[in-house]
Design a protein around this ligand. Structure first.
Ligand code: 13P
Ligand code: SF4
Length: 323
């Protein structure tokens, strides 16, 4: 079984790393597989993990919505979340009795850091009666204060599900712009930004179109509305893969985090991926070495108070009841 997993790992990561690089990393991957068995642990991996962390060792890979949902389906004693801190917090909120670990506590997110629980309380005072939707890229503290959570995969549906003509959408101002294009409700945004996706401009799309007229251009809804208005498809990280599969594209340019294209190369060997990516320094903090150390030493544990879990869970459960 281990050899089969190693083979799968080598095939996936081998789209990006040289055989010598794979040889150097393989002992770590074997150690991680052993530790997972010994500790009855599962690994959830976000689509932005580097290919050596994404393939083989992850039990589940996906976007924020899929990982939140799937985290509840296992009976593992330990959940190691390979992604960023707010994602590990979400797994803890949904699995309060399990030990939830993240390999580096500094794997943050510019969106999550742009807003506090007090900011949400202030908005409530400023806009009494207006429901507040928060993008899942927020702290547990913010999750305790808002009415409902959304992700990049379900944001419009969540907004549409609310019985109000006006909706506050926090903390991602560009996601709010992208939702506004698809709803008649009035969206009031918060000015948070993803430090990775905000780098893409309309000009980048124009240059890409001219240089690669056959390519399908795909963006994440954390990009500005002026960017998403010009691309062929906008969606969550998992929806990007689905679009490539269903559109039959043979040349693709992704306006998102670099590992997304690297990981999709394994799934779509016939598709040519044109590099136009930006790196998320937070996601890149998760390395094979740190994953091994996290499992071996059972660190770093996500700890939240019972009250935070209860209140943040309510806003996540409301989302999960809609989609
Ligand atoms: P997804 O939910 O689309 O995977 O997005 C998470 C994220 O952090 C994108 O920057
Ligand atoms: Fe946050 Fe952007 Fe990194 Fe995603 S890519 S974790 S939104 S900083």
């Amino acid at each position: 079984m281990t050899n089969e997993i190693i083979q799968k790992w080598r095939e996936g990561a081998g789209k990006v790393y040289l055989p010598e690089e794979l040889d150097a990393r393989e002992p770590l991957v074997r150690e991680i597989l052993e530790l997972k068995k010994e500790k009855n642990a599962i690994i959830l991996g976000h689509n932005y993990m580097t290919p050596d962390v994404y393939h083989g060792i992850s039990d589940v890979v996906g976007d924020s919505l899929e990982l939140a949902r799937r985290s509840k389906e296992s009976n593992a004693d330990i959940i190691l979340f390979n992604g960023v801190h707010f994602m590990a917090e979400t797994a803890k909120i949904l699995n309060p009795s399990r030990k939830v670990l993240i390999a580096d506590l500094k794997a943050g997110c510019s969106l999550a850091e742009s807003m506090t629980g007090e900011d949400v309380r202030q908005l409530r005072r400023q806009y009494p009666g207006v429901p507040i939707v928060s993008y899942i890229n927020c702290t547990a503290d913010v999750k305790t204060e808002v009415d409902i959570i959304c992700t990049s995969a379900n944001a419009v549906r969540i907004v549409e599900s609310l019985d109000s003509d006006t909706v506050l959408v926090v903390p991602d101002g560009y996601l709010a712009q992208n939702i506004q294009k698809q709803t008649k409700k009035k969206i009031i945004p918060w000015p948070g930004k993803c430090m990775v996706h905000e780098l893409y401009t309309e000009f980048d799309v124009d240059v890409a179109r001219k240089s690669f007229p056959q390519a399908k251009i795909i963006a994440h809804p954390e990009c500005k509305e002026t960017v998403t208005a010009k691309v062929d498809f906008t969606g969550s990280t998992s929806q990007m893969g689905k679009y490539i599969r269903e559109s039959g594209a043979d040349q693709v340019l992704l306006m998102t985090e670099c590992s997304m294209g690297d990981n999709l190369r394994a799934e779509f060997p016939k598709v040519s991926f044109i590099s136009s990516c930006q790196t998320c320094p937070h996601m890149k903090k998760i390395t094979l070495e740190k994953v091994r150390d996290a499992l071996r030493d059972e660190k770093y544990e996500i700890e939240l108070s019972d009250d935070t879990i209860k209140r943040a869970r309510a806003s996540l459960d409301r989302m999960l009841a809609v989609v």
